[in-house]
Ligand binder design. Structure first.
Ligand SMILES: [Zn+2]
Length: 459
């Protein structure tokens, strides 16, 4: 039995698919910049969900979109298209920027051992179905025209904002921002016109005029095209709830008259120094940053498994260090223990039931650590860990025995490293921790492996 927390009902519910195959849609990246590790968390969680469903013998049809047009810098339909911003920043065309960052994103997914969706769907390759959906909404009386586009009238449907727990009255009363020609603050663009006298790099003809689709309409159109009018599970980051997902529901359900997604699953933010990681701050951490600092992308994957997906994850270098140590102990067991062990059925059953209980990966890891510290045969521990890893996705079966890097350390660093070895040998744990902090502060990471301490330069 699988239970999942549904944002729509704000409770855990038993999940069963509508048909034989689970239909799953994940909002993908806007490809105008590198994806930061906060966004990657939501893709890792979608992957954990998919692997959990597969481990429960449920086939999954998974679609992920690539937003390569129409996502504006301002959620309220103002601002510039992010792709054009990226193009100006890099002195490239919007098309070049889109393809470049899409390729980078796919490379990241591979490095994180995320199972590829059945299909990546680009907004720019699905313009026709987006126009068709807007036409349908227009025919049903849900739209109106302003000087800059075609808008969805959010008061033409009941329950607008139910996903976010928004209330129309509050929104209207609390509205202080200028809404321009929009009739209501919560109305949103379905189609935007290219500004008069200018030619955008990405624009298409439509029954209403030359322009480009709004951001939200792409997800509704592509989800319904590839997965049907009612899908089983829709995933995304928690930041998408109030506007993007709320609007996806509004326009999809207005068009089809059916429930759009049965389960909405949202992963919480990654924080750094108690603040949300976001691109707008300029300095943001990417997977490249992780590898540049001597970590594997899979260390980050392990880190995300240590916190339940609905809780905020505080990202620190020490936390990542801890994740690496833990993952390397897994690797040491898989590469070091004898092969041909038997799976420990109770351990695996407990592990699986933790994951099927709303993806409780931290509890699942705890169960595996209890097993590792138990007196079960190493070969059996190994077999069980490898089976569990089909869900965790740490790619343990592919890992080779760890090689120790022998970088030459500056004298003072070598001295601190040596003091730490002595501290550990004399079981002076506080002293060893203090020396680790000291080494970290000087830009060196410390990892304790079964073969000994490894000190490496981070930057
Ligand atoms: Zn979306």
């Amino acid at each position: 039995m699988i239970t999942l927390y549904n944002t729509l009902t704000r409770q855990k519910e038993i999940f069963t698919p509508l048909k034989k195959v689970v239909t799953m849609y994940s909002c993908g990246p806007t490809v105008y910049h590198d994806v930061h590790i906060g966004n990657h968390r939501s893709f890792l969680i979608a992957d954990l969900l998919k692997r959990t469903l597969l481990a429960n013998k449920l086939p999954v049809k998974h679609i992920m979109n690539i937003t390569d047009v129409g996502h504006l810098t301002d959620d309220g339909d103002a601002g510039q298209d992010k792709l054009e911003v990226g193009a100006a920043r890099e002195n490239k065309t919007a098309w070049e920027v889109a393809r470049h960052y899409e390729a980078g994103f796919k490379k990241d997914l591979k490095a994180l051992n995320i199972i590829r969706p059945k299909k990546f769907t680009r907004a720019t390759e699905n313009i026709k179905i987006q126009i068709a959906l807007v036409k349908k909404l227009e025919a049903l009386g849900h739209t109106y025209r302003t000087s800059d586009g075609i808008y969805f009238d959010s008061t033409t449907i009941e329950n607008y904002g139910a996903l976010a727990g928004l209330q129309h009255v509050d929104l209207q009363a609390g509205s202080r921002i200028s809404i321009g020609e929009k009739k209501h603050e919560t109305d949103f663009a379905l189609w935007k016109f290219s500004p008069a006298g200018t030619k955008r790099q990405m624009e298409w003809k439509s029954p209403w005029g030359v322009g480009f689709p709004g951001w939200h309409i792409e997800c509704s159109a592509m989800a319904m095209k590839y997965l049907g009018e009612t899908i089983d599970i829709h995933t995304g980051g928690i930041d998408l709830i109030p506007v993007h997902h709320t609007n996806e529901i509004a326009q999809s359900e207005a068009a089809s008259g059916k429930q759009f997604a049965r389960f909405w699953m949202h992963s919480a933010f990654v924080l750094e120094h108690d603040q949300k990681i976001s691109k707008s701050k300029g300095d943001f951490k990417t997977l490249q940053w992780i590898t540049d600092h001597g970590f594997s992308p899979l260390d980050y994957r392990y880190l995300t498994l240590q916190t339940h997906y609905r809780k905020e994850l505080n990202f620190t270098l020490e936390g990542l260090e801890g994740a690496r140590r833990a993952r390397q102990q897994f690797v040491a067991l898989v590469t070091g223990a004898p092969k041909r062990g038997m799976i420990l059925p109770t351990v695996y059953a407990d592990f699986l039931s933790a994951l099927t209980d709303d993806l409780n990966a931290p509890r699942g890891l705890g169960i595996l650590w209890d097993m590792i510290h138990s007196d079960a045969a190493p070969a059996d521990k190994r077999a069980t860990l490898l089976l569990a890893d089909k869900i965790l996705g740490l790619n343990l079966a592919k890992e080779k025995r760890l090689k120790l890097t022998t970088t030459k350390l500056p004298k003072e660093i070598a001295k601190l490293a040596e003091q730490r070895v002595i501290a550990r040998e004399t079981k002076d744990w506080a002293g060893a921790d203090h020396l680790r902090t000291e080494l970290l502060a000087r830009g060196y990471s410390v990892t304790d492996t079964p073969e000994g301490q490894v000190v490496a330069r981070m930057i």
